[in-house]
Design a protein around this ligand. Structure first.
Ligand code: ATP
Ligand code: MG
Length: 429
């Protein structure tokens, strides 16, 4: 791979303007990290990070609008022409006595010192757009050309300083499409006990970044599996490698098949986890443990549970299609079909989608909200009592109506409610 040239014109004017403002005040300023790496390899830059010799309070004084995003780490967000840029004071490497976070942050004046604390050589290049000067003490450009992810300094030491770095390395295998340099890779197993101490939130963020940033994300998970990272962070997925490993391969294939959905990480994780439909409780517990949002958790579980409909739905009785729509929630039809098409494409999907749309358009009740009676009717039938029973009875009515749509009239359903709530009657599925 030949690298794109670093040139002041390659840096957006507002970013240069931020550097120039700091320069005019006598401070050094560089673009650094992921943006320089992505610029050199000709990829789109998502955010521009700037590092500077200016202390955070000096950065705040130099610009009219700033946000103290991470003052304790030396980071100030500068708002310039409607965009935010993270400006971070040069830092040295603090001790990581617990492998989770530096014990202390200290500021330095030499950009070379700041680059030495960074994780991989390709992430440890700084560029001064005013002087048109590249600072690359660890051979980052050579490694970029060779498409290699190499730790800065001694890999074993660097991985044990911050256990998250092993996972970041696996992530870059997919997001950059590079290979781990052999000594870097070989150092991972020796750092797994430190990795196991890393906070679940940081691990979750790397998982999300992997599926957001890599169209072909499987190399990250394959690397995690082969180096032992996966066994230490997701035993459920690791267990799919047992036997001939076919289930694990199916998980990776499905993950890559959703490459067009990088904006939808829950969709992609559901594809990865789809072989775990039989272990939904354990999957739910894992998603909680790693602090995925409630929304992400529900979406992953919903797709894992319902995302692969049975083929006989395409040819069986209409009532089975209605039952299925009731189970998935009719509002989720498009999502579920998109998932099925991506993960296990089959010719009968078109048939099923058409039949499902037919049932929806026929106006049949498929959700509680479609019933000809509402919660107030149920409460009246219960003699004024609310509570959980109301939802249960509505669900029972819906199941009746899904079996026989003609029953969805107020009269029929009120009569049925009388039946279901008659003394001594035990209703329910
Ligand atoms: P991406 O483009 O995928 O965001 P990135 O390299 O920008 O990749 P970030 O997490 O945004 O990754 O971090 C920005 C920079 O900070 C990195 O390029 C690297 O120089 C440094 N860095 C981030 N995390 C660590 C870490 N755990 N240890 C050492 N350096 C790190
Ligand atoms: Mg970044």
């Amino acid at each position: 791979m030949s690298l794109a040239a670093l040139h002041p014109d390659a840096i957006p004017a507002p970013v240069r303007a931020v550097c120039a403002r700091l320069g005019a005040r006598g401070h050094g300023a560089w673009v650094v990290g992921g943006c320089v790496r992505d610029l050199l390899r000709g990829a789109e830059v998502s955010d521009w990070d700037i590092c500077t010799t200016a202390r955070p309070e000096e950065v705040r004084k130099a610009f009219r609008r700033t946000v103290p995003t991470g003052l304790q780490h030396g980071t100030v967000t500068v708002l310039h022409e409607g965009e935010g840029y993270e400006v971070t004071t040069l830092r040295g490497e603090g001790a990581y006595s617990d492998g989770r976070r530096p014990d202390e942050v200290f500021f330095v004046d030499d950009v070379v010192e700041d680059l030495a604390r960074r994780d991989f050589t390709v992430n440890a290049i700084a560029y001064d757009p005013l002087a048109d000067d590249v600072v690359d003490p660890h051979g980052g450009q050579v490694d970029l050309e060779a498409r290699v992810i190499r730790a800065v300094g001694d890999p074993g030491e660097r991985f044990r300083e911050d256990g998250l770095r092993v996972l970041r390395g696996a992530r870059f295998v997919a997001t950059l499409g590079f290979a781990l340099e052999p000594a870097t890779r070989a150092a991972i197993p020796g750092a797994l006990d430190v990795f196991a101490q890393v906070s679940k939130e940081r691990v979750r963020e790397e998982w999300l970044k992997t599926v957001r940033k890599a169209r072909v994300a499987s190399p990250a998970f394959r690397t995690m599996a082969e180096t032992g990272i996966l066994a230490r962070s997701c035993a459920l997925l690791e267990a799919l490698r047992e036997g001939d490993g076919e289930a694990f391969e199916a998980a990776l294939t499905a993950l890559d098949a959703t490459g067009a959905r990088q904006d939808d990480p829950a969709f992609r994780l559901a594809a990865l986890f789809h072989p775990l439909a039989g272990r939904q409780d354990a999957l739910a517990a894992w998603l909680r443990e790693y602090r995925f949002s409630n929304e992400e958790r529900k979406r992953v579980l919903h797709l894992v549970r319902h995302g692969l409909p049975a083929s006989d739905l395409a040819t069986g009785p209409a009532v089975a299609v209605r039952r299925w729509l009731m189970d998935i929630g009719p509002a989720h039809l498009a999502d579920v079909m998109a998932f099925a098409r991506a993960v296990a494409p089959a010719p009968w999907h078109a048939e099923l989608a058409a039949r499902a749309r037919g049932e929806t358009q026929a106006g049949h009740a498929l959700a509680v909200g479609d019933l000809a009676v509402g919660g107030h009717d149920v409460i009246a039938a219960l003699g004024g009592q609310g509570g959980r029973r109301v939802g249960e009875l509505l669900r029972q009515l819906l199941e009746d109506v899904v079996e026989e749509p003609a029953r969805n009239t107020p009269e029929t359903l009120r009569a049925r409610l009388q039946e279901l709530t008659a003394p001594g009657e035990v209703a329910g599925p």
